[in-house]
Design a binder for this molecule. Structure first.
Ligand code: ZN
Ligand code: ZN
Length: 297
């Protein structure tokens, strides 16, 4: 399978001279399977460019997986040209919320107050699949979803094709005891610590031995203490998870919007230095940049 980054930024697009190398578009990852199946993860603004490419190939079948429906993961969808072309088939997979299914959530950003085209007016055949933790089989791919820790229902996805696999974490913060307080006695604290550890171990198990891990690593570890509960990981979190899981290549993703290219470079160096300091070897570490391709063979 081949992965291509079309948008790598978290939260909000960041055009400008300081972000030209890593890119300013919000999350969008294209995945081409060996059998030609076309998968896209996330509909951030990066989806506009992959849409232009796919529009020229119409009619096409596209499988679009959303980790969650925060703006930066869906706000490119109204500009996804294949959705306007009859005979194209687009299946959108993602989490429903308590009171709304995925179709209703996606339709909300295309009401006339916000956008001139209503989602019912899109010309392509569009199907919506409300996911839970499960495995979806599409052509030569198996795509497994797993809930992760974010302020809204959010999935990580593991894609397997034959013996090859890649995991995309979506927006993800390690589990922690968010109820910790002085009022909690020792036994309660210990019990919650055990639950937290179990949940984090489930994440490690989900990532286990994958060839490629694309991981939300929005913060430097020194920044994380002021961002607890915001739903994102630090560079150290994702290295530690990669070590435990035996990952081969870690790609840091969902870059903090205030970060310049030079600062992302610095974080890559800092992260590699941290990994070297652990005494482990064999993990490749890089930061996602728009236009980069990774072929897993
Ligand atoms: Zn995000
Ligand atoms: Zn989010």
């Amino acid at each position: 399978m081949k992965v291509k980054f079309w948008g790598v930024r978290g939260s909000i697009p960041t055009p400008g001279k300081d972000t030209v190398r890593y890119g300013g578009n919000t999350s969008c990852i294209g995945l081409d399977a060996e059998d030609g199946t076309i998968v896209i993860f996330e509909a951030g603004t990066g989806i506009r460019m992959i849409g232009s490419k796919l529009a020229a190939m119409s009619p096409v079948k596209v499988h679009l997986f959303l980790s969650h429906t925060h703006w930066d993961h869906i706000h490119g969808f109204p500009f996804f040209i294949p959705a306007y072309i009859p005979k194209n088939e687009i299946t959108i997979y993602g989490p429903p919320h308590f009171d709304k299914n995925l179709r209703e959530i996606m339709a909300q950003q295309m009401v006339y107050s916000y956008f001139p085209v209503n989602s019912d007016e899109l010309q392509a055949t569009i199907k919506y699949v409300d996911l839970k933790e499960e495995t979806v089989e599409i052509g030569s791919l198996k795509i497994r979803s797993k809930l992760v820790n974010h302020p809204v229902t959010c999935f990580a996805y593991r894609v397997t094709e034959g013996s090859k696999s890649m995991v995309y974490t979506g927006d993800n913060e390690p589990y922690y005891n968010f109820m910790a307080s002085a009022a909690m006695d020792e036994a309660e604290t210990a019990e919650i610590a055990m639950i937290v550890e179990e949940q984090n171990n489930r994440n490690v198990e989900f990532v286990k031995d994958c060839d490629l891990l694309i991981a939300d690593a929005q913060y430097k570890h020194s920044e994380y203490p002021t961002k607890v509960g915001w739903g994102h990981s630090s560079n150290v979190h994702v290295v530690d998870m990669s070590i435990k899981a035996g990952v081969k290549h870690l790609v840091m993703f969902h870059h903090e919007p205030t970060r310049s290219d030079a600062q992302v470079d610095e974080i890559v160096q800092e992260t590699r230095a941290y990994y070297a300091g652990t005494g482990h070897t064999g993990l490749t570490i890089s930061a996602a940049a728009e236009g980069d391709e990774i072929v897993i063979v």
